[in-house]
Design a protein around this ligand. Structure first.
Ligand code: CA
Length: 337
């Protein structure tokens, strides 16, 4: 195995991103990432550029935030409706799943068991269209600054991953980089509380039901509890475990990237289930913390299929669409009115 490709977790490549960041094997790393994206829509990156101490510190902030009493967390309430995606959501507020799409058309919404998780979301501080919703500073001093700092740290890695996609496709980075200034990204802190194993196994409750992400790419940091599962694109309905890999960032492509790449890159359905073999003495599944960072193109951008993803024989499947129109359409279907 090459030093670039470190391994494979149920078909998801584990790639050492160091050789892209230091420039020593950019093409090889880029090709390995695109190969995994084409096959399954996910890749693990180690040496991803987000410093380990910052990752640890953000998980610590997340734990401190969620450990606050409910009435404190509700001082930063996520607004009702799905278009202002900021602040704190109590367990069960979000209905992520259940969108049944056929091409671009929403075919229906399935009712399912509730997702038992709580979350906090923030975006770019200057985003007038979607302002952040913070706790009063004295409730958790330093939290706001830590989130903002982490937001822009993740943006650096986002740009490098997007660059890798352009290298692999053999196209100018002008096709992806200027579209991603970080202004419409979303940093989410997620906490799945400890629940009885049986409730998860019997599907009376869920951690997060099967869904695909909709922006360009998602960077996901997860703790070592596990439970993430990714659908086998060749066998719909069959899921494989995407276990935590030490110090690795999980990167997955979203529906928007799939459309943008004329379906060359896959956006794959995934979910979080009971972690295999993990339970406490009283048959509880441990808490799980994860930090996804959703990377969206600037809302003002209109995108059409990337060059290198279509030809005379395989014409573009999708008409140009503005990022805002696309994302808003998807967001508003995610929350209960
Ligand atoms: Ca997701």
């Amino acid at each position: 195995m090459s030093p670039v490709l470190l391994g494979d977790e149920h078909g998801i490549s584990v790639v050492d991103f160091k050789f892209f960041l230091d420039g020593s094997a950019q093409q090889e790393v880029a090709d390995a990432i695109l190969d995994s994206f084409k096959r399954i829509g996910f890749v693990y990156l180690v040496n991803h550029g987000i410093p380990g101490d910052k990752v640890k510190s953000m998980f610590d902030w997340s734990k401190r935030f969620f450990a606050l009493p409910l009435e404190k967390k509700q001082l930063a309430p996520h607004p009702p409706g799905g278009t202002h995606h900021r602040g704190y959501s109590v367990p069960g507020q979000e209905k992520v799943s259940q969108h049944v799409y056929d091409d671009q058309e929403l075919k229906g919404i399935r009712e399912n068991a509730p997702d038992v998780k709580e979350s906090f979301e923030c975006g770019w501080e200057e985003n007038a269209g979607m302002p952040n919703i913070w706790l009063p500073e004295e409730v958790l001093p330093g939290f706001r600054e830590a989130c903002n700092d982490f937001y822009w740290t993740c943006h650096e890695t986002e740009l490098q991953v997007l660059r890798a996609i352009t290298v692999a496709l053999g196209i100018s980075e002008e096709h992806l980089i200027p579209h991603h200034k970080g202004h419409d990204n979303q940093l989410r802190l997620l906490h799945y509380p400890s629940v009885p194993v049986e409730d998860l196994e019997q599907e009376r409750i869920k951690r997060i039901d099967a869904h695909s992400d909709f922006p360009s790419i998602t960077l996901l940091l997860q703790d070592d509890v596990g439970g993430l599962e990714v659908e086998d694109p060749n066998h719909p309905g069959q899921f494989r475990s995407a276990p935590p890999v030490k110090d690795a960032l999980v990167v997955n492509a979203g529906d928007f990237m799939m459309r943008w790449s004329n379906d060359v890159i896959r956006s794959t359905i995934h979910r979080v289930r009971a972690p295999p073999g993990m339970k406490t003495e009283d048959n509880m599944v441990p808490d799980r913390y994860s930090i996804p960072y959703f990377c969206a193109p600037e809302f003002t951008q209109v995108v059409e299929c990337l060059p290198g993803t279509y030809s005379k024989e395989k014409p573009p499947k999708y008409a140009p669409i503005s990022a805002k129109a696309y994302v808003m359409q998807r967001l508003s279907a995610t929350y209960e009115p």
